[in-house]
Design a protein around this ligand. Structure first.
Ligand code: ADP
Length: 393
């Protein structure tokens, strides 16, 4: 089935047209600076070079029109697109699994939007536009939180007054669920079913871990929002929650300033003082920058600490997978994290670890107590497979 996958943010919209049978990506791209001066579409076909088209994109509706126009010019008229998958960042309590778009399910995306205002409102608008412009194409909502919704209550409940927590729907929702679900599926296929207790490490500019037992998620490191857990590119991850009150009370920072500080000015950017991109930080660290050296050390320390926490949720682990930008590309960072876990029997084969490839592969030694793999993630394919399954029904 030819499925168009859409992932909208407040001023951006990523798209990918792919075939679920072969996994072949016909075209993909991103609309940037929607509603801001200098908007453009970056588009590529069949793995070719990316073209940048400068076009006015005053709103998401215009962006969608351009996407369909570009796809039409590439030979994909609307009648060749058999389904649209929408990545929704926050599914709240309504999406324990993916669902076909109806008036009701679309309403749910908006109802839970206060939990992820920058993304949910934009994607809900895009869903509405797609239904209006292309009424013959089915739409499916795939929430990034679904995979985590079934984790045990002891893992998702917050120790705050019950009435407050229940009224405001506060709990651990997690994120990157579509990626962790794909990682489980692909690893299980690659290891021919010989995987039971898996810690999935999605390490990109956003980063999270997931503790998966025979395909079922048992815990994850992100919380009510994607700020919790690991140290990320610009997000601070777990800190003492009282810091938030202290910053406001004693530091005089407003709610929005604290929010920005924790989400956009924190993490590796704050620690290194150089960049949020680990490539820059690693290079500076290798050239003797002490802040960057500490940032790298802290990344290894916190990541390995939380991997052990996930392993505890599973009472042991037999498999650990690295994925996303850092996990797939940085052999030195994989090694840095894995070395911290040697006491648990994790042993990396440095030669296997140094191989660069887009394919799933084992990078641990034969006698490692835990099998360690690199498995490139593919959230778009996972979304498209959900679209196929639900629309086929
Ligand atoms: P997201 O989808 O969350 O924006 P990605 O999964 O694409 O992020 O990861 C992007 C990040 O991966 C970059 O910011 C960079 O820090 C990191 N990265 C990519 N390639 C490398 C590499 N070769 N070495 C170290 N870090 C890398």
């Amino acid at each position: 089935m030819n499925v168009l996958v859409i992932n909208a943010g407040s001023s951006s919209l990523k798209y990918q047209l792919l075939d679920t049978k072969s996994g072949n990506v016909y075209a993909k791209g991103n609309c940037e600076r929607i509603g801001i001066d200098g908007s453009f579409v970056g588009h590529e076909e069949n793995g070719g070079e990316k073209q940048k088209l400068e076009v006015a994109l005053p709103d998401h509706k215009t962006a969608i029109k351009h996407v369909f126009e570009i796809l039409g010019q590439a030979g994909f008229d609307t009648d060749k697109i058999e389904g649209i998958g929408h990545r929704v960042v926050q599914g709240g309590w309504y999406f324990p699994e993916s669902k076909v778009v109806t008036d009701e399910t679309l309403g749910w995306v908006r109802e839970v939007a206060p939990l992820a205002p920058l993304h949910n409102y934009a994607e809900a608008d895009v869903i509405e536009i797609c239904r209006e412009m292309f009424p013959s194409i089915g739409n499916v909502i795939v929430a990034d939180t679904s995979f985590h919704y079934g984790i045990p209550e002891k893992a998702h409940r917050y120790a705050l007054p019950r009435d407050v927590v229940d009224k405001l729907h506060i709990r651990k929702y997690g994120a990157h669920g579509t990626s962790h679900r794909y990682v489980w599926r692909k690893t299980n296929e690659f290891l021919k079913g010989d995987v039971h207790k898996l810690v999935s490490c999605h390490l990109g500019s956003g980063a999270s871990l997931s503790a998966i037992q025979d395909g079922k998620d048992m815990d994850t490191t992100m919380g009510l929002t994607p700020l919790d857990g690991l140290i990320m590119g610009t997000r601070c991850g777990t800190i003492d929650p009282a810091t938030v009150c202290y910053l406001q009370r004693e530091g005089g920072y407003s709610v929005d300033e604290v929010d920005t500080m924790m989400n956009k000015q924190g993490g590796m950017l704050a620690l290194s003082g150089v960049s949020s991109d680990t490539r820059d930080i690693e290079e500076a660290a290798n050239n003797g920058d002490e802040n960057c050296q500490l940032a790298m050390e802290m990344f290894y320390y916190r990541t390995s600490q939380l991997i052990a926490e996930m392993a505890q949720s599973l009472h042991g682990f037999d498999t650990m997978v690295f994925t996303a930008g850092i996990g797939e590309n940085s052999s030195s960072m994989r090694l840095g994290v894995a070395k911290e876990l040697e006491w648990l029997g994790v042993k990396i084969d440095e030669e296997k670890n140094s191989v660069r490839s887009g394919e799933p592969r084992v990078i641990s030694t034969d006698d490692s107590a835990v099998k360690v793999l690199v498995v490139p993630t593919n959230e778009e394919l996972m979304i498209a497979l959900d679209v196929e399954e639900l629309l086929d029904k």
